[in-house]
Every structure is written in C-alpha cells, then in structure tokens.
Design a protein around this ligand. Structure first.
Ligand code: BTN
Length: 329
C-alpha cells in the first residue's frame, strides 16, 4: 500500500538519464541539474541500483543508464516520458480503493495540474452511472489525472472526448490495433469494451477547480480475469493483439498524446478535437438507441455538438440532444 512520491532530486536525475539515454553524464553535471551535491547524486544512484536500475559508471565520463527493472514503478513510467507537465508529479500505488478517490483528495489539497495517480489494483474501482469497474492486479492501467482548465462548467464533458481521442491514438501507436469510440467514452476493439473514462468535477459556484479524469484500460487481462457476466462484452489489448503489451510504454504514450491534445484544445478550442473524435466514432451516421434516465430514443446519430453532446435524428426528423445515456448500435 506504500505510496511513493518521487523526490525532486530523484525525479530530476531520472529525467536527465531519460533525455540522454545514450550518453555518459558526469557527477558534476547531474549535481547541477538536480541542484544537489555530487555525494547526493551518488546516493540516489545507489538507491536506484537497489531497485533494479542498472548504470554503467566510467571514470572521467560519468554514468550511463543501461537498463530499468521489470515491475511497473513511478520511476520506470517517468523514464522516457516526454511531457511538460502531465505525469511529472506521479503517485504510484500497489493497491487503492479507487485512483479517483486519491486524485480527488490530492486535487483538494492543491496538487498541481498534470498530477497523475496510478495503481496496480483497485479494490473499489468505479465506472459511470455508479457501476463497479473491475481492476485486477498487474493486468491493466488504472489511473486518474488532475487537470485545471479555465473553462466554463458546461464545457467539462469535452475533456472526456479529448481523453478518448488521446487514448485511441496511444493504443493505435503502441499496439497497432484500431480502436473505435462509442459515445461518450467507451473505447472498443472488435466491438468489445477495452477502456472506460470517468470524468468528475470539483467546482465552486461557476468555476472549475479541477477535473479528475479516470482512465481504465484492460491491457494484459486474460479472459478468465473478467467476471463471467462481462466476458462477452469486454476484452483486453492482449486478447485482441495476442501479445503482452508494455503497460508503462502505453501510459507514457497516453500522457504524451493527451498533453498535446489538451494544449491544442486550450489554444484552438474544441473544433479540431471534435473532427478527430468523429473520425474514430463508430456510432456517427448509424441507427442507434440511446437509453436515457427518462426513456429510449431511437434514430440516426448525426454527430456531436461543440459541447460534446450527441445528436440523434429520430424517424420524424426531430433532433434530440443526448447529454447522458447508454448507447446501443
Ligand atoms: C466507465 O464506466 O466506462 C468508466 C470506467 C472508469 C474506470 C477508471 S479506472 C481508474 C479510475 N478509478 C476509478 O475508480 N475509475 C476510473
């Protein structure tokens, strides 16, 4: 259960090795980068060695990183992470009730934008509409991100769609699979759910304090790891690709894609994201049924609005705005 928040020095050292993987870095250079003494650098490197990192040390040249340990860890995730802020403050846990809960608390305690909580297992993972999210140990990516965009509250659902685009792009790049999005936030491969996204708000009157984005991905989950009742509708990247997927690499790629999309969104607005989202969406242009809290609407999904609301044209030609629903295609 031990939480490990990386110390600033350790983080700077890992960052330096990451960005210069093929080079030797001198003790003095590392000390300057990390803002500490050469002795402190040496101590940190020794600690990393005990955790399974391998370094080559050459007199007068310095240290070069050779290899990183096998199990997932905050350090290994950060190693090679090419982002400005997303994932730079990373909280890694062996087991938590829900990463949403930890992220919510961190956000409340003023954690910086881009803070990420990752767990190997969730004992009370939550899905949309108060459903349970099954999160068995070492098989998936269960993570929550804290963002603090200065946008009006009604625009918050856009962040779910941005996240879906980022996750699809990352899965595509890392696995070669071709995921599709089912509005608003399910990512499917061959018609089966691989990923769910849960976006929650901390807001004061009309101002967003933070948005907590929860991402759950079935990565190396075997069919027997799923509860029986969802085996026909859920799948994992390993099942679909018939390969074990490097979870850390996938996490890094998601954070990198997502940061780029988020910055694009802050600069240019939702329109470019909307186009990308629509290109991955399976429901658009199809006959669908939307089950809302107030009943069923059948018709053709014609697209999404600027606010991420789904538009359905029924048989009578009337357009319905769908804010929250389960979709059947
Ligand atoms: C859905 O219902 O499709 C959304 C599922 C979201 C699951 C993720 S896993 C990480 C984060 N922590 C949680 O408890 N839920 C989200």
């Amino acid at each position: 259960m031990a939480e490990r928040v990386q110390s600033e020095i350790r983080k700077k050292l890992i960052d330096a090795f990451t960005r210069n993987e093929t080079e030797y870095l001198s003790g003095q250079h590392l000390a300057d980068i990390a803002g500490c003494t050469r002795t402190a650098v040496w101590k940190h490197i020794e600690e990393l060695r005990k955790e399974g990192f391998e370094f080559e040390a050459v007199r007068r040249k310095g240290y070069k990183i050779i290899s990183i340990p096998d199990n997932m860890s905050a350090d290994k995730i950060t190693l090679g992470l090419n982002t400005e802020f997303l994932g730079r403050n990373l909280h890694y846990h062996d087991s938590v009730e829900s990463t949403q809960k930890n992220a919510y608390k961190l956000a409340y305690d003023n954690a910086e934008e881009g803070t990420v909580v990752i767990a190997e297992e969730q004992t009370a993972g939550r899905g949309r509409m108060d459903r349970k999210w099954h999160s068995p140990k070492y098989t998936g990516i269960w993570m929550s991100l804290i963002l603090r965009p200065k946008i009006p509250i009604p625009k918050a659902p856009q962040l779910t769609l941005i996240t879906a685009v980022g996750v699809v792009q990352a899965i595509e790049e890392v696995t070669g699979l071709l995921p599709e999005i089912k509005w608003p936030n399910d990512i499917l491969i061959n018609g089966k759910k691989i990923t769910g996204i849960l976006t929650e708000l901390q807001a004061e009157s009309d101002r967003i304090n933070s948005i907590i984005i929860g991402i759950g991905i079935n990565v190396n989950t075997g069919i027997e790891d799923f509860p029986e009742d969802i085996r026909t509708i859920a799948s994992s990247l390993a099942i679909e690709s018939e390969k074990i997927i490097d979870r850390e690499k996938l996490i890094r790629t998601i954070l990198e894609k997502l940061e780029k999309l988020y910055l694009l969104y802050l600069e240019k607005g939702f329109f470019p994201i909307k186009l990308m989202w629509e290109s991955y969406a399976i429901s658009i242009g199809k006959q669908i049924t939307a089950r809302t809290l107030t009943g069923e609407i059948k018709g053709k999904a014609t697209g999404i609005t600027e606010d991420g609301v789904l538009l359905i044209e029924d048989l009578a030609g009337e357009i319905h705005n769908i804010y929250s629903a389960d979709i059947q295609i």
